[in-house]
Design a binder for this molecule. Structure first.
Ligand SMILES: C[S@@+](CC[C@H](N)C(=O)[O-])C[C@H]1O[C@@H](n2cnc3c(N)ncnc32)[C@H](O)[C@@H]1O
Length: 450
C-alpha cells in the first residue's frame, strides 16, 4: 500500500480511537468518520512501517450513511480526544465493543463465546472524574480543557456532558475563580508558568474534591485564598488539594500533595453497604453504577460460598475485595498506592468486613511473599496488563481459578495466552460498558486450572 493511493473501502468495524476500520488489500486501513457498513473512496495518508496498517481520508462517500449514525451529544465530540464513538447509536456501540473483544481473544486462540456487553444505564453524566488542562486564550480568559489529539492546542471542556453534573458545576466555578487568582498559566512547550491541571472528583451527595496541579515553585500564598474562595463559591466542594508537579511526562499526579482546605477525600458508595473514601489521586472506576454491577458479578463468579480464600491483586480502594468478603471469602487485597490501601481498610471497618479483608501495600509481583493460600485470585491490572513476574507468581500459587478483570483487550489476550501455558483455560468472558461514547470495554474473564 502506498501513500497517495486511492481505494474504495467499506468499514467493517470501528477502532477504539474512533476511525472506521476497513480491510483493504491485506491492510487494516483506518478512515476517520466512517462508520461500520459505510463505504467511501479514500486516499492513503500514512502507512505503518511496522505492520500492515494504513490511515486514509475520505475523498467521496459512496452510498447511504449508516442507520446507526447519530448526532453526537457533545458539539465538540472527538475534538477533545474524549468520546470518539458518540456518533454511533448506543446499541451499535455495544456490538462493536463485543466485536473488538472477540477479535482480540480469537488472536489468543480462544473459541469461548463473548457474552453480550452489559449496557450502562446512562450515556451521559456518568464520569465521576474530570481532568482539565489549564490554558489561556489569546484574548485573555483562563479556560479548562483538554489537549486536542497529538497537539498542544487546548479544547475547552467545561460544560462537557459526560462528567457527573456536580463535576461540571465545580469545574465551571474553578474556571471562574482562576481568572482573579494571580496565578500564571503554565505553557507546556516553554515550560513556563504556574498552574498546570485541575482535577475534580465527584462523590456521594453531590460533593466534589478539587485538585490544583502546579509547578513546585508556585507560592502557597496564592493557592490558599483560591481554595477558600472556591469553597465559599460552591458549597459542594468537599476539599481542595494542592499537587506539586514539575514532571514533563504528561503525568498529572505526584505524591507531593498538601491539603489546602476541607477534606482530602470524597465518599463514593457502592450499593448500600460499601462506602469508599477516595483521595484525589487514588484509582476509582469512573462509572460508579457500572462498577458496582461489575464488582457484584466478579464476586458471583469468584466466590462459591463461605470459607474460601481469595486475593484481589491491584485492589485499588478495595471495591472488588470487599465484594468478595461480603460473599463469604477471606480476602487479601494487594495494591501499591498507600492512600488507596488506607481507604480500603477504612471501608472494610465501616462495612464490618475487617475480620475477613486484609489489605497490604505491595507490588503485585510480591504476591507469593504475602500469602501461600488462594483458591481464587482476582486480578484487575492497569491497561498494560500483567508483567511476567506477576504471571509467574500467579502460576506458582496455583489457585483453582483466576478471575481477570481487564480494560484492555489486547493485553488481556496476551496474558491469557501466557496463562494457558501455565495450565489455565479460559472458561467465560463477560464484558461491561463503563464508558459509553468511547471505544473502551471492560471484561471479566474466568480462567480455571486444567
Ligand atoms: C485498573 S486499577 C483497579 C483498581 C481496583 N480493582 C478498582 O476496581 O478500583 C489498577 C490498580 O493497580 C494499581 N497498580 C498498578 N501497578 C501495580 C503494581 N505493580 N502492583 C500493585 N498495584 C499496582 C494502581 O494503583 C490501581 O489502583
Amino acid at each position: 500500500m502506498k501513500i497517495g493511493s486511492r481505494h474504495q473501502v467499506v468499514a467493517v468495524g470501528l477502532a477504539p480511537e474512533g476511525a472506521g476500520l476497513t480491510r483493504t488489500n491485506g491492510y487494516d486501513v483506518y478512515v476517520a468518520d466512517l462508520l461500520p457498513g459505510e463505504q467511501a473512496r479514500v486516499v492513503v495518508d500514512h502507512v505503518s512501517p511496522h505492520r500492515p496498517a494504513a490511515w486514509a481520508r475520505i475523498e467521496a462517500r459512496i452510498g447511504p450513511v449508516s442507520a446507526d449514525r447519530v448526532q453526537p451529544a457533545c458539539p465538540g465530540a472527538g475534538s477533545c480526544g474524549g468520546c470518539t464513538w458518540q456518533h454511533l447509536r448506543y446499541l451499535a456501540q455495544l456490538c462493536e465493543k463485543r466485536r473488538i473483544l472477540s477479535e482480540a481473544l480469537a488472536v489468543a486462540g480462544s473459541a469461548v463465546p463473548v457474552a453480550p456487553v452489559v449496557a450502562a444505564d446512562a450515556e451521559l453524566g456518568y464520569r465521576n472524574l474530570g481532568k482539565y488542562v489549564v490554558s489561556r486564550t489569546s484574548d485573555g480568559p483562563v479556560v479548562l480543557g483538554a489537549f486536542a489529539p497529538r497537539t498542544h492546542h487546548v479544547v475547552p471542556t467545561v460544560g462537557c456532558r459526560v462528567v457527573e453534573p456536580v463535576v461540571a458545576r465545580v469545574a465551571e466555578a474553578v474556571q471562574k475563580q482562576l481568572g482573579g487568582s494571580g496565578l500564571s498559566v503554565y505553557d507546556e512547550p516553554s515550560r513556563r508558568g504556574q498552574l498546570r491541571y485541575v482535577l475534580v472528583r465527584g462523590g456521594d451527595d453531590e460533593r466534589a474534591l478539587v485538585g490544583l496541579v502546579t509547578t513546585g515553585a508556585t507560592p502557597a500564598a496564592l493557592l490558599r485564598p483560591l481554595a477558600d474562595a472556591l469553597r465559599a463559591a460552591r458549597s459542594e466542594v468537599e476539599g481542595v488539594v494542592w499537587i506539586r508537579n514539575d514532571q514533563a511526562d504528561g503525568a498529572l499526579l505526584t505524591g507531593d500533595q498538601t491539603l489546602l482546605c476541607g477534606r482530602d477525600r470524597v465518599r463514593q458508595s457502592l450499593g448500600s453497604r460499601l462506602q469508599l473514601e477516595v483521595p484525589i489521586g487514588g484509582f476509582f472506576q469512573i462509572n460508579r453504577t457500572q462498577a458496582a454491577r461489575l464488582y457484584q458479578r466478579v464476586a458471583e463468579l469468584a466466590v462459591d460460598g463461605p470459607g474460601g480464600h481469595a486475593v484481589d491483586l491491584y485492589c485499588g480502594a478495595g471495591g472488588i475485595a470487599l465484594h468478595l468478603a461480603a460473599a463469604g471469602a477471606t480476602v487479601l487485597g494487594i495494591e501499591r498506592n498507600p492512600e488507596s490501601i488506607a481507604s480500603a481498610r477504612a471501608a472494610a471497618r465501616r462495612a464490618g468486613l475487617a475480620a475477613r479483608a486484609r489489605f497490604e501495600v505491595a507490588s503485585a509481583a510480591q504476591l507469593a511473599a504475602l500469602t501461600d493460600q488462594a483458591d481464587v485470585i482476582v486480578v484487575n491490572p492497569p491497561r498494560k496488563g500483567l508483567d511476567s513476574e506477576t504471571r509467574a507468581a500467579l502460576a506458582a500459587l496455583r489457585p483453582d481459578r483466576i478471575v481477570y478483570v481487564s480494560c484492555h483487550p489486547h493485553t488481556l489476550a496476551r496474558d491469557i495466552t501466557a496463562l494457558a501455558s501455565s495450565g489455565y483455560d479460559l472458561m467465560a468472558v463477560e464484558p461491561f460498558d463503563l464508558m459509553p461514547g468511547t471505544g473502551q470495554v471492560e471484561a471479566i474473564t474466568v480462567l480455571s486450572r486444567t
